[in-house]
Write a protein that binds this ligand. Structure first.
Ligand SMILES: C[S@@+](CC[C@H](N)C(=O)[O-])C[C@H]1O[C@@H](n2cnc3c(N)ncnc32)[C@H](O)[C@@H]1O
Length: 230
């Protein structure tokens, strides 16, 4: 859908209505339950073509402090901490962060893990040099994605970097209903409550409207690897 001026202006109000809704509570509950099923940290790095590009890009931009958005149990936080970046990971699921802390302890890495909702990021202005967002924005309805992207611009320093990996989602089997912005809310047993929204290229460029896009690469899998700065 066209992300016009009216949609952008209405996003904060829509996002706060959404965050107060039952459907959103069930979405967060899905993530808590999914993570609560993991009893110990899964300490393998995923096999992703673009994975080495993330630290490489951060290094070329002389980045030190990085926020890992929707970090889950922290593989990307761990990867970046191993490379010497000062990393904070944030996720809504406290148990995922416990697992991340256990992994960091095993490797003697210092990573700060914060519990929080991406719709209400708890950071002061200019806290980070960069933000990485892997497979997370597509779990946010449009209004929340717009609110989060706007907030990110203030919590990173001027000229700071955003690296996002946006998957091609929502085309597989599953039962769901749709919110007015096209977000799929799953109703089948294994994913009950989970929200998923495909952001087409044009929309991604629109939600990154206030950012300068350095790189926009589409991989064979359909994942878009995007680097931008303020
Ligand atoms: C698909 S997983 C991706 C995790 C990790 N970034 C990765 O690449 O493996 C999505 C993560 O986002 C978290 N999450 C979903 N909605 C969130 C929200 N509104 N605020 C914070 N975290 C959220 C979930 O708990 C989950 O860990």
């Amino acid at each position: 859908m066209k992300v016009d001026k009216a949609i952008i202006e209405q996003a904060p109000e829509k996002a706060s209505e959404l965050r107060a809704s039952q459907v959103y509570k069930e979405n967060l509950e899905f993530w808590h339950q999914a993570w609560n099923m993991c009893t110990k940290p899964y300490t393998k790095m995923p096999d992703l073509e673009y994975l080495p590009w993330i630290p490489d890009t951060l290094r070329t931009k002389n980045i030190h402090k990085v926020l890992d958005l929707g970090c889950g149990s922290g593989w990307l936080s761990v990867l970046l901490a191993r490379e010497g970046f000062q990393v904070t990971g944030i996720d809504v699921a406290d148990h995922a962060l416990d697992l991340g802390n256990q992994w960091a302890t095993m490797e003697d890495l210092k990573i700060k893990f914060d519990v929080g909702d991406l719709g209400d990021l708890p950071y002061e202005d200019n806290t980070f040099d960069a933000v990485v967002a892997n497979s997370i924005i597509e779990h946010l309805p449009l209004s929340l994605a717009l609110v989060a992207m706007t907030k990110l611009k203030s919590i990173i320093v001027s000229g700071g970097t955003f690296i996002g990996c946006f998957d091609k989602v929502g085309t597989g089997p599953g039962e769901y209903f749709k919110l007015e912005d096209g977000t799929q809310v799953y109703t089948d047993k294994s994913r009950k409550g989970m929200m998923l929204r495909y952001f087409p290229d044009e929309e991604l460029k629109e939600i990154l409207g206030g950012w300068k896009i350095d790189e926009f690469k589409t991989l064979d899998s359909g994942t878009r690897f995007v680097v931008a700065h303020t």
